[in-house]
Write a protein that binds this ligand. Structure first.
Ligand code: G
Ligand code: G
Ligand code: G
Ligand code: MN
Ligand code: NA
Length: 254
């Protein structure tokens, strides 16, 4: 497949970049973190969306190399922002299931943090529910090691997949991300409202943080605030921004 042969060479040809979507305090819009989102510009295929190529990269195994690049680049960027005196801010990166199995993820993170002299708290890892479900023998230890480094651990797209409540209880994670699938329908759609309330209740009773995704309207922001969701991200605030635009945005708000 063309996409797969191009993928293999993309990292070497510097075809990837990261954009950064602000996570904001839903009360007054202060930026509390940024999610790094990968972009791929290929000379033959054009701009490809991650939901298309990430699944290819997962099946070929290229995701392991791409994931290393993402972690390195995100840490390099945070260091640059810190050196510029910007009040940043933690960066969240998306981690695939494949990066977790058969790889020493905790060691990778330790090396990246050390290279750029960053505290663990500068980094957040977003996992999918699949990581919980597969429950590899080393998972619990890896989570514990990462948490001991101060790295923030969250479950992405919570509620979309399997929602393994049993695993949530056992793993030392910090927070959940409420899937935009459910945020989309509030406040009008009653079943979406019910799911948002339920996820909020789970987060609260387990003592977990909660970030709402896909906040596009003022009505959604108001609804989530009333529900007690502290942080959100979405087009209401900003899409993923190139690093210089993200930095400008931060400066404006400070
Ligand atoms: O960036 P976009 O809004 O198109 O993201 C689409 C999907 O791709 C999301 O599910 C997101 O989690 C995933 N994604 C974006 N960047 C990365 C990345 O660096 N690594 C992994 N594994 N997934 C990513
Ligand atoms: O739970 P603990 O006290 O270990 O939290 C450590 C750090 O993680 C704190 O800085 C806290 O604000 C942050 N945190 C807790 N929950 C979340 C979350 O859901 N998302 C994000 N981004 N940070 C969180
Ligand atoms: O799965 P993950 O949450 O990592 O992916 C985030 C995805 O959601 C990215 O593709 C990003 O571009 C997209 N996104 C971010 N904010 C919004 C939003 O407000 N509305 C919609 N429809 N998509 C969003
Ligand atoms: Mn994510
Ligand atoms: Na998500």
């Amino acid at each position: 497949l063309q996409i797969e042969s191009q993928l293999r060479r993309a990292a070497d040809h510097e075809e990837f970049r990261l954009v950064y979507q602000p996570q904001v305090d839903l009360r007054h819009g202060r930026v509390v973190a940024a999610e790094a989102l990968i972009r791929w510009q290929n000379h033959q295929l054009g701009e490809l969306r991650p939901d298309l190529f990430i699944s290819h990269a997962e099946s070929t195994g290229d995701i392991v190399r791409i994931g290393r690049w993402v972690m390195h680049e995100a840490c390099r960027q945070v260091r640059e922002w810190m050196d510029q005196g910007l009040g940043v801010v933690r960066v969240a990166i998306n981690v695939s299931y494949r990066q977790f199995v058969g790889e020493d993820l905790a060691e990778q993170v330790r090396e990246a943090l050390a290279e750029f002299d960053l505290p663990g708290s500068a980094l957040e890892l977003e996992f999918t529910e699949r990581v919980l479900i597969e429950d590899a023998p080393s998972t619990l230890q890896t989570f514990a090691d990462l948490r001991d480094m101060g790295v923030v651990l969250t479950i992405d797209d919570f509620g979309e997949g399997y929602s393994a409540l049993n695993y949530l209880r056992r793993l030392p994670i910090h927070g959940l991300k409420l899937s935009q699938l459910f945020v989309e329908g509030v406040p009008g759609n009653r079943s979406d409202v019910a799911v948002c309330e339920a996820v909020c209740g789970i987060a609260r009773s387990l003592g977990l943080g909660l970030v709402a995704e896909g906040v596009e309207s003022e009505a959604q922001r108001q609804f989530l605030l009333k529900l007690g969701v502290p942080v959100g991200q979405g087009f209401l605030f900003a899409p993923g921004l190139p690093p210089d635009e993200f930095a400008r945005r931060l400066e404006e708000l400070q």
